[in-house]
Design a protein around this ligand. Structure first.
Ligand code: BGC
Length: 806
């Protein structure tokens, strides 16, 4: 039975296996391994995958007569394999096949993910044709404290027989990237120069390198068992890239025997090593035994859970904790020492090839108030790719920095030029690289990170360089149109990926996307504000380095005030002419297809195009309400010379709600967030969409290919920033709760500046904020504009009607 801290899957269902593998992935920010069965090889139901943060490789393929190049997050050697079978030495004739759950005789099968301990267990009971029962317990971890280590303990118990068991353990570097059916026509052989060998009696290794990025990867495995005398260990037959260890275990009825596989993985980019192979073999040889590894691994997780304390009752709380678990496995404090971004699908599968989109927009707000060092590292991933973004802009004839819609190793645009519609099996041009709004997301994150943490050093250096270059990009892209007496940004795509051109137009993109223009104006305004605040020598250096002039700043000012935002009948138009598009007959499509989230694919397969319709894949205009408070948003519109009052915004929300198909997990999240802040009754419906996105694989088959990190991060932000209304402005922590009936009891801890353990609790309309005694100074914060102080060791209780005293 699942509990607050565990996810339990009873029984074995091959059809569900890939989903479980993604949801049972274990990782530590450096690398992660899907929760695949150790005896499984990649096939229709199983996909063992191991991925390291930032380990990419580029390959060429030919599809539909075109040569395309793709950079993938590489599937690394599989360290999991461990097979067993009742040995021929057991006297009942020749050895059987290696055991698999697909064989008959499976009496019990259970997997459980322990979130507190960071481990995955599997328990099974199997009976062979001769009636011999074998119980197998497995526990695995990917060490959170020592990020190069992983371990798998297998415990065998012969229940009603005695005899011998054959066990084979392997490291397998012959794997490919083949986890996503849509990509199968693309090359996936990233690993080359495969080698294997032995380092000691009980330690074997594999080494390989990625084909074009030339990253050397080494894994070493130590195999030990508790059977002592009588167990026979022999190296297996050699084959290229596979290191095999074979063991024959004597089993006595009722006596359990452990087999421990301890694995170390290193890559050529790692710090503090001589070479990956010697680092891996030494680490595997010297690693403590399994019980000690469990203790140190638990300790590391305990520390993480303290910093990420979250307490929400019921199933909602369990899902949120699962989300947090997967986020921390993808982006952990180890990430702070790496050069990596936020992979949209975690380190949990190969969808979107491990690329980095704008999804950090949904993840950083959470990290800023818990692990600011990780936020900073993620922003520095972008900063290191600022030269590439400048190059991208220059090559496209623009100024400033044009960050790629999909980013990988070096910051070039990684978005594919063709994508496959799995419904029609047609390869189609992909124009999603026109989503230049990713630049605003980066600028927004820079600003919010600095606002939350007070890290002026970052804001005035790397942060300023990014913010000003993105502002310069927007200013350059904006063209003055005398007909409207406004600046216009033309030929872009907004967050709604359904509109990549006007119907029947050859010209890519749409014009005056409201989301793009509002965020561009916000970026320009923040850039001007920052320039005004920079300490003088720094300002001078930046002006000199960027060749910034007062004339350019004057243009930024002008553009920030005069970008065009289209309106139609008192509603913000998603882009110029959106209201002229045809209305879709939603009922007809629902009746015909049932599931219509991916209307783009359905319509294309019918020979139609979604470009023709007033249909959005996900929140576009409404994203503005997710990023900005009503007052902030009204201020941006005011600066632009438009009036955005509550009625206009409400009309806009009402207009887009029924026109959105929620073909992205981000959509339910944004709508849930927005409607809960507005206290609308259907908020919970959308919040549930976001909560169930991965655990119930709401998008139908996408989670098995990798979790949705943005939506997961967003659900945590939904509690913290959405429901509790936690924000930092003017160096002050503000709390402005907006509880909804379905979720009005929750608690969490945040780190705000020097206060590491600020605890926030909501019970109905009672808010409690406390500070541990170990804190050195009182916390000053504000509740709905009222200043409050909590001294260390005390709790401040506030009824949302008025203070109830300390
Ligand atoms: C969404 C994008 C998102 C991407 C990666 C797409 O389906 O439309 O907004 O960035 O997935 O998560």
């Amino acid at each position: 039975m699942s509990t607050e801290w565990s996810w339990v899957y009873e029984g074995y269902d091959p059809a569900e296996e890939r989903l479980r593998e993604a949801l049972c992935t274990l990782g530590n920010g450096y690398f992660a391994t899907r929760g695949a069965a150790p005896e499984a090889e990649a096939d229709d139901h199983h996909y063992p995958g191991t991925y390291a943060a930032g380990c990419y490789d580029r390959l060429r393929s030919v599809v539909a007569g075109h040569q395309v190049e793709n950079e993938d997050m590489v599937n690394l050697p599989n360290w999991l394999p461990l097979r067993f079978r009742i040995s021929e030495r057991s006297g009942s004739g020749p050895a059987a096949d290696w055991w698999s759950p697909d064989q008959p005789g499976l009496l019990k099968y259970r997997q459980s993910l322990d979130l507190k301990a960071g481990s995955l267990a599997r328990d099974l009971l199997w009976e062979d044709a001769a009636g011999r029962r074998l119980r197998v317990g497995q526990q695995r971890l990917v060490h959170m404290g020592q990020p190069h280590l992983a371990a798998l303990r297998t415990t065998f118990t012969a229940e009603n027989w005695s005899g011998a068991l054959d066990v084979e353990a392997e490291l397998d570097a012959t794997v490919t990237n083949s986890g996503v059916a849509r990509y199968r026509e693309l090359s996936g052989h990233h690993l080359t120069s495969l080698e294997a060998g032995e380092a000691a009696d009980d330690v074997v290794w594999v080494r390989c390198r990625t084909r074009n990025s030339c990253i050397t990867v080494a894994q070493a495995a130590r195999l030990r068992c508790s059977a002592g005398e009588g167990s026979l260990m022999r190296p297996g037959p050699r084959s290229e890239g596979r290191a095999l260890q074979c063991l024959t275990l004597p089993l006595r009825s009722g006596v359990s025997v452990h087999v421990d596989k301890t694995v170390a993985m290193f890559m050529s980019g790692d710090r503090g090593i001589s070479d990956p192979l010697s680092a891996a073999t030494e680490a595997a040889s010297r690693a403590p035994g399994f019980p000690e590894l469990v203790v140190s691994h638990h300790r590391a997780w305990r520390h993480l859970w303290q910093r990420a304390h979250l307490d929400v009752p019921g199933i909602t709380g369990r899902i949120l904790r699962l989300h947090l678990f997967h986020i921390l496995q993808t982006l952990s404090p180890h990430t702070a020492g790496l050069d990596v971004g936020v992979p949209a699908r975690g380190l949990h599968g190969e969808a979107y090839r491990g690329h980095v989109f704008w999804d950090e927009l949904f993840v950083l707000p959470y990290f800023n108030l818990h692990f600011p060092e990780v936020s900073k590292a993620l922003l520095n991933y972008r900063h290191r790719r600022l030269p590439a973004a400048r190059r991208n802009a220059a090559e496209a004839g623009h100024t400033g920095a044009m960050f790629p819609w999909q980013s990988g190793s070096d910051g070039r645009e990684e978005t594919q030029t063709l994508h496959l519609n799995p419904r029609s099996h047609r390869w189609l041009p992909d124009r999603s690289r026109l989503q230049h709004h990713v630049g605003s997301a980066i600028a927004y994150n820079v600003w919010r990170y600095a606002e939350t943490t007070g890290d002026r050093e970052f804001l005035h250096t790397n942060g300023a360089e990014m913010l000003l270059e993105i502002a310069r990009f927007w200013s350059g892209l904006a063209e003055y149109d005398p007909a409207h007496e406004r600046y216009r940004i033309r030929g872009v795509m907004g967050p709604d990926e359904y509109h990549e051109a006007y119907p029947d137009s050859e010209r890519p993109g749409v014009d005056d996307n409201a989301y793009t223009n509002v965020t561009a104006s916000w970026v320009l305004t923040r850039a001007l504000e920052l320039v005004g605040r920079l300490p003088h020598p720094r300002r001078d250096h930046l002006f000199a380095d960027m060749a910034l002039t007062d004339e350019e700043l004057a243009r930024w000012e002008d553009v920030s005030r005069r970008l065009r935002i289209p309106f139609h009948r008192g509603v913000i138009d998603q882009f110029d002419g959106y209201h002229l598009l045809a209305e879709l007959d939603w009922e007809r499509y629902r009746a015909r297809y049932g599931e219509i989230r991916r209307l783009d694919r359905l319509l294309e397969a019918e020979g139609d195009t979604v470009n023709r319709y007033q249909v959005s894949k996900q929140a576009d205009v409404l994203m503005l309400g997710y990023l900005f408070s009503p007052a902030e948003l009204a201020a941006v519109f005011h600066r632009l010379g438009y009036r955005l009052d509550d009625e206009t915004w409400d009309r806009t929300v009402d207009f887009y709600l029924p026109r959105t198909s929620h073909g992205s997990t981000l959509s339910g999240l944004v709508h849930g967030w927005l409607l809960s802040r507005e206290r609308r009754p259907d908020a919970w419906h959308y919040m549930q969409e976001a909560l169930l996105g991965d655990v119930a694989d709401v998008q139908g088959g996408t989670t098995p290919e990798g979790i949705h990190l943005g939506a997961m991060g967003g659900t945590l932000d939904l509690v913290q920033r959405g429901l509790a209304g936690l924000e930092v402005r003017d160096d002050t922590l503000h709390v402005d709760p907006a509880p909804i009936p379905e979720l009005c009891t929750y608690g969490f801890a945040v780190r705000f500046r020097e206060h590491w353990g600020v605890s926030v609790q909501m019970r109905g309309d009672i808010l409690k904020v406390s500070l541990p005694l170990s804190e050195r100074s009182p916390l000053r914060f504000s509740v709905r504009g009222r200043a409050v102080t909590v001294p260390p060791g005390e709790t401040c209780t506030i009824s949302l009607g008025g203070p109830a005293g300390n």
